[in-house]
Design a protein around this ligand. Structure first.
Ligand code: HAM
Length: 403
């Protein structure tokens, strides 16, 4: 039997209900915040992710589904959504147009990671990207939007917050961090030794416990922020306080993608195991110019839909529409005809096999129909239909012309 690839899941039945429930809910929230839908291709030039997510990141360095296509192009399945949206933004010359542009998207992302609970190779994100607003109010709004979506889904969370500085303060901090890493170099893991030259701040979120114990004494970026970054971070915290959003400062939160500056945040859940990040984002003011656009401030986030599906509290879905069945095979034609006419305005499930009443009632219950409608021999003869309202538990026989 051919099975799906490791880390790639089918979404159907009850899961699909959760999936679409989340997308519809998040879409409504994004629209309430003035965001517009954008769809970008699943396949992009590999160079796009090398220049944005960064060659030193695990995502680009180890996890890309990369191949040469029939036209000898180096392409890969998108590991995340931001780079494609920025490419589209520049390609459509929206950077030159100026003004504010706000987008949301959802779809499959691909990362060749080691699959485990909550970690897939094909997973889905819901994300938003805002271009043209340098005010830290927009950063706060992003965070409030995630909080809004999570609240509407009945999901509790912890919010972790950090500032990664900008091109004024980050280089100086990087130098002091590298000096520190050199002082403990003999003791750190191989990955951290590599990160020291490729992207030193990534050592701070190394999962190796010995490395972590050493980095407790590392200089903190938050203590080295320049005046502008410091002011923005203070203002961000104040806006969140005013709006009742609780957060923790995590000075080791560096995010796994290289494009961030200033605000970085992650929402985590303590109820889904080790893969606890349910949403992440931040500001990326340099990315548009890295991708050949006119410098444009930008900020965004993405949420992992599969992880959220584990946590979502679904409202009870009310019974809806009709189930129509026949007890006599001669009445099946009539059942199909009635179903077609009712479908113009209603949800209708019908059965093509003659069955007894009990079986029809069970089937109607299974599809959560409000009315179970059955035509037996007598009903066919009399031109009537038997109807049970499964909500009110009342039964009736009515003329077909009144159905
Ligand atoms: P990210 O933190 O890499 O950020 O991913 C966002 C979310 O996607 C994570 O918090 C997690 O819930 C989910 N996720 C990531 N990898 C997996 C996986 N292998 N299996 C299941 N879920 C996963 C980004 O992708 C950025 N583009 C976010 C962003 C948008 N920043 C600014 N704008």
């Amino acid at each position: 039997m051919i099975k799906s690839l490791r880390g790639m899941n089918d979404i159907l039945s009850e899961d699909y209900g959760r999936f679409t429930y989340f997308i519809n809910l998040a879409t409504k929230v994004a629209q309430n915040y003035g965001f517009h839908f954008i769809e970008t291709p699943l396949l992009e030039e590999t160079a796009l992710f090398k220049r944005s997510v960064g060659e030193s990141s695990d995502i680009v360095g180890k996890e890309m589904y990369q191949f040469t296509d029939k036209g000898e192009n180096d392409v890969c399945l998108r590991p995340e959504g931001t780079a494609g949206v920025v490419r589209a933004f520049v390609q459509k010359k929206l950077d030159k147009a100026g003004g504010t542009h706000r987008f949301f998207y959802h779809g499959s992302m691909f990362r060749y990671e080691r699959p485990q609970k909550g970690r897939l190779r094909q997973f889905h994100q819901f994300g938003v990207e805002s271009f043209g607003v340098d005010s830290v109010y927009e950063d706060a709004t992003m965070i409030m939007m995630v909080a809004d979506i999570l609240k509407k889904c009945g999901i509790g969370y912890r919010l972790q917050l950090n500032s990664l500085g900008d091109q004024n303060c980050m280089p100086q901090y990087r130098d002091s961090l590298v000096s520190f890493i050199e002082s403990v170099e003999d003791e750190i893991c191989e990955d951290c030794q590599r990160r020291k030259t490729t992207n030193p701040i990534r050592v701070l979120d190394c999962k190796n416990t010995h490395c972590q114990s050493l980095y407790v004494n590392a200089p903190k970026l938050i203590n080295s922020l320049c005046g502008a970054c410091e002011d923005d971070f203070t203002k961000l915290k104040q806006i969140l306080d005013t709006n009742g959003i609780v957060y923790e400062i995590d000075t080791n939160l560096v995010r796994g993608l290289d494009y961030y500056s200033k605000t970085a945040f992650e929402f985590v859940s303590d109820n889904i195991g080790s893969q606890s990040a349910i949403a992440g984002g931040g500001r990326y003011d340099r990315l548009v110019e890295f991708l050949d656009g006119r410098p444009t401030p930008a900020v965004g986030f993405a949420m992992g839909i599969e992880r959220l599906m584990e946590l979502i509290v679904m409202p009870e879905s009310p019974r809806e529409g009709y189930y129509i069945g026949a007890m006599d095979s001669n009445a099946v034609d009539l059942v199909v005809k009635l179903a077609q006419s009712k479908r113009l305005t209603n949800k209708v499930v019908c059965d093509y096999k003659a069955k007894n009443l009990k079986k029809h009632l069970n089937a109607a219950d299974k599809v959560n129909a409000k009315f179970c409608c059955v035509i037996g021999e007598n009903e066919k003869k009399d031109g009537t239909i038997w109807i049970k309202n499964l909500e009110a538990k009342s039964e009736n026989i009515i003329l077909l012309k009144d159905f």
